[in-house]
Design a protein around this ligand. Structure first.
Ligand SMILES: *Cc1c(COP(=O)(O)O)cnc(C)c1O
Length: 393
């Protein structure tokens, strides 16, 4: 770089998402201890990094999770799995969302585990293995009650038998059997017991057909934390790895740290008079004279418009409510007459450590879940990964 001018440390970011990878490593390590308290290795960890690592950056989060000991990474699509391989990840990776006609040759050649829920899907995978002269690593998925992906109980024996035949032919290796909860964030919901029982039954059918999978797995973050009996050989933790609570009101405080902070710089501040309407539609009218601040992000950047008039931000060490509608590029916050100035930092959400709002607070403000807040934010936010524990802020 020689002659390049270093960026001034005072260069402000209009809007940026800062992802603390030390927090990710801490969370993954904490979750590993929580699900495998005696450290026997009986319960392995899959960190789920689909959807660009829930908005945190798939490749960066994947590397952090590996450092913290995640034996597996989980993604939805083959493209995501291949992106992990292209970034140099050589560990176990499972993907689970495919359509007929998918290019199975790529994951089979790259030693990625793929998921089959139907016999035609399994046959497509076997065809790729035959052409490549290399056995495919296949996990079979049973629908135990979510009624989303997975084989029905009626189709399960046929799927298992087909997989056993293909295994004998050397075309596939059935590496896993798995399912997914519908209500794990409600630990007392009767569906949890029913799904776990159905899963155990499906495992017996598979075992009777001669399948000996490396991993049997059912639990996502909430299941892993709240239902020890659902841990089997592996847990698939997404949300909790990012430091967010998968079952607010139910989970014990494990000291997980939210990894994402969404921050911006105040573009402008100004007084508004009592009676002035703020933002489109004048859905908020100042009841008394106040000062407002213009935050240069909006729904075009994934800031939910549903948070209009409900969410809070953090400026100058205080909570500052969003006033009026969130626009495509901007939103307005109430500084309540304080001396905040253009150029000051606005935190939309962060760790909550100093009192700033969290992604969970934003989720509650707009009637959704924190998954959606962190996964959808992006747009024109810059994204920066930091390792504060390595002196890199
Ligand atoms: C997204 C996903 C997970 C992770 O769920 P969290 O609730 O974020 O832990 C686990 N398994 C499957 C099949 C998923 O699609």
């Amino acid at each position: 770089m020689g002659e390049s001018v270093p960026m001034s440390p005072s260069t402000v970011a209009r809007a940026e998402i800062v992802v603390d990878l030390a927090a990710v490593r801490h969370n993954v390590a904490t979750l590993r201890r929580a699900v495998d308290p005696d450290g026997s290795g009986a319960v392995r960890m899959m960190t789920v990094v689909k959807a660009d690592g829930y908005g945190h950056g798939m490749v960066e989060v994947a590397a952090a999770a590996r450092e913290a000991g995640a034996e597996w990474l989980g993604v939805a699509t083959i493209d995501e799995a291949m992106a992990l391989r292209a970034a140099g990840d050589t560990g176990r990776v499972l993907c689970w969302l495919t359509v007929p006609g998918e290019r199975y040759a790529d994951p089979v050649a790259a030693d990625v585990d793929v998921t089959a829920s139907t016999v035609p899907g399994l046959d497509e995978i076997a065809d790729a293995a035959r052409r490549l002269q290399r056995p495919a690593r296949v996990q079979l998925k049973i629908d135990t009650g979510l009624s989303r992906g997975g084989a029905t109980a009626a189709d399960w024996p046929g799927l298992v038998a087909a997989a056993a035949r293909l295994e004998q032919e050397g075309l596939v290796r059935v590496t896993g059997i798995w399912s997914h909860f519908a209500c794990s964030d409600e630990p007392d919901h009767p569906a949890n017991d029913a799904q776990e029982a159905a899963f155990r039954q499906a495992l017996e059918v598979a075992e009777a057909a001669g399948l000996r999978p490396e991993v049997r797995h059912l639990a996502n973050s909430a299941g892993a934390l709240l239902r020890p009996s659902s841990r089997f050989d592996l847990v698939r933790c997404g949300l909790a790895s990012y430091g967010l609570d998968p079952a607010p009101g139910h989970t014990a405080d494990l000291g997980l740290v939210p990894a994402m902070t969404a921050r911006a710089t105040l573009a402008l501040t100004k007084p508004v008079a009592a009676g002035a309407g703020v933002s489109y539609g004048h859905t908020w009218i100042a009841p008394q004279p106040t000062t407002v601040g213009l935050v240069p992000v909006g729904y075009g950047d994934g800031v939910p418009r549903h948070a209009s008039n409900t969410a809070e931000t953090w400026v100058g060490g205080k909570r500052r409510p969003v006033r009026g509608r969130i626009c495509m590029d901007q939103l307005v916050v109430d500084l309540e007459g304080d001396q905040a100035r253009a150029g000051d930092e606005v935190v939309l959400f962060g760790t909550g450590r100093d009192g700033e709002p969290t992604a969970q607070d934003w989720a509650e403000a707009c009637g959704t879940i924190s998954y959606e807040i962190v996964t959808r934010i992006g747009g024109r936010f810059a994204r920066r990964h930091v390792h504060p524990d390595r002196g890199d802020e």
